[in-house]
Design a protein. Structure first.
Length: 77
């Protein structure tokens, strides 16, 4: 099983789209709200070199934004 993290924040329509996409495909993921969780925000910026949501990390591969083809490839969808 792949490890999937989704960095999100409130009022982020693309984040909602990714959540719906993952749910539609039964993808298990960890939801990290960068507005509520300071350590998640620090990880997003310092570890994954991103300042945007949604940022998706699949087994260490960072995807900034919804890149359907790359997500499908990494998850085998």
């Amino acid at each position: 099983m792949k490890t999937v993290k989704l960095y999100t924040q409130p009022a982020c329509p693309p984040c909602e789209f990714v959540k719906n996409y993952f749910n539609m495909h039964d993808v298990t993921y960890e939801l990290l709200d960068i507005k509520e969780d300071r350590s998640a925000k620090n990880e997003l910026v310092n570890v994954h070199q991103s300042m945007s949501t949604p940022t998706i990390v699949i087994d260490g591969e960072v995807i900034i934004g919804f890149e359907k083809d790359r997500i499908d490839e990494l998850l085998g969808i």
